[in-house]
Design a protein around this ligand. Structure first.
Ligand SMILES: *Cc1c(COP(=O)(O)O)cnc(C)c1O
Length: 412
């Protein structure tokens, strides 16, 4: 092991605390120090190369070190790295907000509120949904309806919408009032009281990511929109994972022509370059926050609408057009499906795929060791329990997709 690698690992084990990580296991492990990236490839401090099979925790879209994305940040850096968005505007934020709204039909999602990550995008939607009711004369309508096994982030509000007991149960009583349902059937059977107290329903459209990549039934999102309209409940779509092409369209809601009242995006917004998020909403919601100063939305973060983040998000959206990312993705989605169908190992219990996102559920207890074996075959990913996540950057070539699935096959 190189001297500097040893030093970084020592400092890590002495001082760092990793997310979602039992630290005693971590300290016993042999961590990789990732130092470079190019396209779908990552390199560690020992010079070994790996495919980024998890898109750097579901964020990366066009690959690492993309010249156009790098240039956008460098260009912005020569102007200014950060300025306050409290009391000031900035060019890239103005351009990005307009560009995001233009991805939706006119008169639908027309306002963009920037924040820093998926959790805060959800947090904003929740607070907006509650305050909207206060300013529309329904102050008691402050509950949420969420789906079992959902994941919406880790800040206190977002976590209270989460349904993964290991992560969320502990803080349940510290969060917002939430009613959980398993699906449309259960939602339709909710007592009237629970519905009348709800300001919004929140869902990961098309597929629940953290719930081992479980897709929803086709048509469900449309039915949910109709149910929300009928009961005057706002619909919050958490597209933090599904946004920016993962499901084969720019946004998952476009598969069923659904427009939510709040749309939360983060992970892929900047192509996986910078921590940045946005909550998009309608004029109807926005209008409830106009008028006297007490109606304002008193919420924000120091780095809200960071110019570097906005610049690279704009460049990422530009790349979708220039590189025809979504058109070129369609045959890759088909290839991935074909390769996964060919896995036929007795250790594979189920293969779930939604667009370019896949989860391969293995027999119990095989998740972690299979991922470690894949590492030796040059692919990095992370299991969710015993489900191996295959989520490549959208720029992955046919060859790179084949290498990834081959690494899984050999590991099995
Ligand atoms: C990752 C994720 C979040 C949380 O986003 P962070 O940026 O990690 O705070 C919320 N919802 C979904 C569906 C996610 O996948």
């Amino acid at each position: 092991m190189r001297e500097d690698t040893r030093g970084w690992i020592e400092a890590d084990k002495a001082h760092c605390w990793h997310p979602f990580t039992p630290q005693d296991q971590w300290v016993e492990s042999n961590p990789l120090i990732l130092v470079r990236g190019e396209g779908v490839w990552l390199r560690d401090s020992e010079g070994r190369k790996y495919i980024d099979g998890n898109s750097s925790i579901w964020t990366n879209i066009h690959g690492h070190g993309h010249p156009a994305l790098n240039a956008a940040i460098e260009r912005q850096l020569r102007e200014v790295a950060h300025t306050s968005y409290l009391g000031f505007a900035n060019p890239r934020a103005s351009e990005l907000a307009a560009r995001l709204c233009a991805l939706f039909p006119p008169d639908t999602l027309e306002r963009v509120f920037f924040s820093d990550d998926g959790s805060t995008a959800i947090e904003c939607a929740m607070k907006m949904a509650i305050q909207y009711r206060q300013q529309r004369g329904e102050p008691d309508r402050n509950g949420f309806i969420a789906f079992e096994q959902a994941y919406h982030g880790d800040t206190m509000g977002a976590a209270s919408l989460g349904g993964v007991s290991r992560f969320h149960e502990r803080f349940r009583k510290h969060g917002a009032p939430v009613t959980f349902v398993s699906g449309m059937e259960a939602l339709r059977h909710l007592p009237g009281e629970a519905v009348r107290q709800a300001c919004a329903v929140v869902i990961e459209p098309m597929i629940q990511g953290v719930n081992e990549m479980r897709p929803w039934p086709q048509g469900m999102l449309r039915e949910l929109r109709e149910w929300c309209d009928a009961h005057e409940v706002h619909l919050i779509l958490d597209e933090v994972m599904t946004g920016f092409g993962r499901t084969g369209k720019m946004f998952a809601c476009q598969h069923e022509q659904v427009i939510p009242d709040f749309l939360c995006v983060a992970k892929g917004l900047t192509g996986g370059y910078m921590p940045m998020a946005a909550t998009l909403t309608t004029s109807d919601v926005y209008d409830a926050f106009r008028g006297p100063a007490e109606n304002a939305f008193y919420y924000g973060h120091s780095y809200t609408a960071n110019p570097l983040g906005c610049a690279v998000a704009l460049a990422s959206l530009e790349l979708f057009e220039q590189e025809k990312t979504l058109d070129r993705l369609q045959p890759k989605i088909a290839l991935l499906a074909e390769l996964l169908a060919g896995l036929n190992s007795p250790k594979v219990k189920a293969v779930r795929q939604c667009g370019f996102v896949a989860g391969v559920e293995l027999a119990e207890g095989l998740g972690t060791q299979t991922c470690l074996a894949m590492r030796n075959h040059g692919v990095l990913t992370r299991p969710i329990r015993d489900t191996i996540v295959i989520m490549l950057p959208l720029c992955a070539t046919e060859e790179e997709i084949r290498l990834t699935v081959a690494a899984l096959r050999k590991s099995l």
